[in-house]
Design a protein around this ligand. Structure first.
Ligand code: NAP
Length: 271
């Protein structure tokens, strides 16, 4: 058994995960005697791993692909964020219980709050995409009090299902450009614009110049969408901050210190 608090990220594959860099940076920065590691856990072994980890001194874990939904059936308690989103990315092992949380929506909003303080919560937001990340972001925007969250997805039925579930509005992908004039926040949650993927081909002409544009794709950091939005004067926020901020609640609860997302952490993760 380890003598200091240890947390891990569980996934399969797991080599790509940036979570160890984030948490080790904070452990060093705050001189905390803790450890954070990565564990490759195949889906068939997830239940056994979760049984064993608390006894091995682990205080919790992040979970990533492909375990984010499966872990919900294995938790003893599901916090409201994870319940509403239908997936968990953070686990707390406390008092013999596995508690499931989802911090992605929090991370998305905290990134905007840090990098575009006073962003406009009084006009609708348009979310492009209806995949796993979009679920958390739509939920986060609704929790933040926006008057309307509109979802456009290549596959309309997925946008409609997500909108019905969370209390948003679905529109057809071909109606995006007509809708842009009404929005204060435009979010790309599709994989378009990611290195190796096609660009998000969107005419921004009708988007108000004071709208905020954000992309959760962070490789590249400045996606073609963000570059075009910036060149016409819109405020932009890149997606790296979401990844960093979603890690804050887990670190705080495991290690007892609420960490700051700072420029040095951004550099550390981009190295
Ligand atoms: P996902 O569940 O696979 O969803 C992918 C989404 O992209 C779906 O809405 C899909 O539409 C859409 N899409 C894919 N190819 C498309 C195309 N050619 N044209 C139009 N739409 C297309 O993936 P995810 O987990 O939500 O992740 C999406 C992106 O966000 C990834 O690039 C991921 O790296 C990034 N991400 C970033 C963070 C962060 O912290 N910054 C966190 C999570 C994810 P259909 O439904 O029609 O297939």
């Amino acid at each position: 058994m380890t003598s200091f608090p240890t947390a891990a990220v569980l996934g399969d594959p797991i080599g790509h995960s940036k979570s160890p860099r984030i948490h080790r940076y904070w452990l060093d920065k705050y001189s905390i005697s803790g450890e954070y590691t990565r564990l490759q856990i195949a889906p068939d072994n997830l239940a056994r791993a979760l049984d064993a980890l608390p006894d091995l001194g682990f205080v919790g874990a992040n979970v990533t692909i492909p375990h984010k939904v499966a872990v919900m059936d294995l938790a003893d308690e599901i916090l409201p964020n994870a319940q509403a989103i239908g997936a968990a990315n953070t686990l707390y092992f406390e008092g013999g219980k596995i508690i499931a949380d989802n911090t992605d929506g929090y991370g998305f909003i905290a990134n905007l709050d840090q990098n575009a303080p006073n962003w406009d919560k009084t006009r609708p937001a348009l979310v492009l995409g209806a995949g796993g990340a979009a679920r958390a972001i739509v939920y986060g925007l609704i929790q933040a009090g926006l008057p309307q969250v509109i979802i456009a997805n290549r596959t309309l039925s997925k946008a409609q299902a997500l909108a019905d579930e969370l209390g948003a509005t679905a529109i057809d992908w071909s109606d995006i450009e007509d809708t842009l004039a009404d929005v204060g926040v435009l979010v790309n949650t599709t994989s378009l614009g990611m290195s190796g993927q096609p660009e998000l081909d969107l005419d921004l002409t009708t988007l108000p110049f004071d709208a905020l544009v954000t992309d959760i794709v962070y490789a590249p950091l400045i996606t073609p969408l963000l570059a075009r939005a910036k060149s016409r004067g819109n405020t932009i926020v890149d997606g790296l901050g979401m990844l960093l901020h979603q890690a804050v609640p887990g670190f705080a609860r495991w290690f007892g210190t609420t960490p700051q997302v700072d420029e040095f952490l951004r550099h550390e993760v981009l190295k």
